[in-house]
Design a protein around this ligand. Structure first.
Ligand code: DX5
Ligand code: ZN
Length: 215
């Protein structure tokens, strides 16, 4: 069980300090938004580059942007260890996943709540992780969508069929209340933003989330 906290609700003026508060986080999940794919604007590769140098944890960049085919490789150059693109935005997801892997990064594909996994079954061997969004992407602090649970289960079954070690990440509204449902449905990698940085002790919350996911 991996916990990959989102720094979207952390203090952007002190990202290195905020990362240091969660020393046992498996990755730092960084949400990149372009105000086209989602109605919000956050940060780009220069911020990832600065944080990658300052933090001890590896970086998991979640690109909620149009034209990831063009932009995603720059995030690997900036130091991201894992790069997630949205399949709804990618023009050539197989080519992009292969390019990311060739650069030495983990290649990951994200699906919005209304996007089914089934059309992408044959692509799974090209990936190191699938991200199932459990809110509509764009903002932290939204309510977990239970309607995504059947898709998490179906994705788990497809990944088990494919074999290998492809991680299944969930993102959106993950908290002490919802993480067990996600784990029970088959997720093994958990993004939590407001649950971690809204807590008095974010580092302790990472461990509580992990214990709750393990059950
Ligand atoms: C939302 C982002 C999430 C967000 C999660 O579009 O992709 O990573 O930061 O925040 P919470 O955990 O508060 O839903
Ligand atoms: Zn995210």
């Amino acid at each position: 069980m991996r916990i990959t906290p989102s720094l979207l609700n952390a203090d952007f003026a002190n990202l290195a300090g905020e990362a240091a508060r969660i020393p046992t986080a498996d990755f730092l999940h960084m949400d990149v938004m372009d105000n086209h794919f989602v109605p919000n604007l956050t940060l780009g590769a220069p911020v990832i580059e600065a944080l990658a140098k300052a933090a001890t944890q590896p970086i998991d960049a979640h690109l909620m942007i149009e034209d990831p085919d063009r932009w995603a490789p720059q995030f690997v150059e900036a130091g991201a260890s894992s790069v997630t693109f949205h399949v709804e935005a990618a023009k050539a997801p197989v080519r992009l996943a292969r390019e990311l892997r060739a650069q030495g990064a983990r290649a990951s594909m994200a699906l919005k709540p209304a996007t089914p996994i089934e059309p992408y079954e044959d692509l799974l061997p090209e990936l190191d992780m699938v991200l199932i969004m459990t809110v509509e992407p764009g903002f932290g602090g939204q309510r977990f969508l239970d309607l995504c649970l059947p898709k998490i289960r179906r994705t788990r079954a497809l990944l088990d069929k494919v074999g290998g070690d492809i991680w299944l990440q969930v993102d959106g509204g993950v908290s002490l209340e919802t993480i067990e449902r996600c784990a029970e449905a088959g997720a093994d990698t958990f993004v939590a933003g407001s649950a971690v940085y809204g807590a008095d002790d974010p580092g302790a919350m990472v461990e509580r989330l992990r214990e709750t996911a393990v059950g």
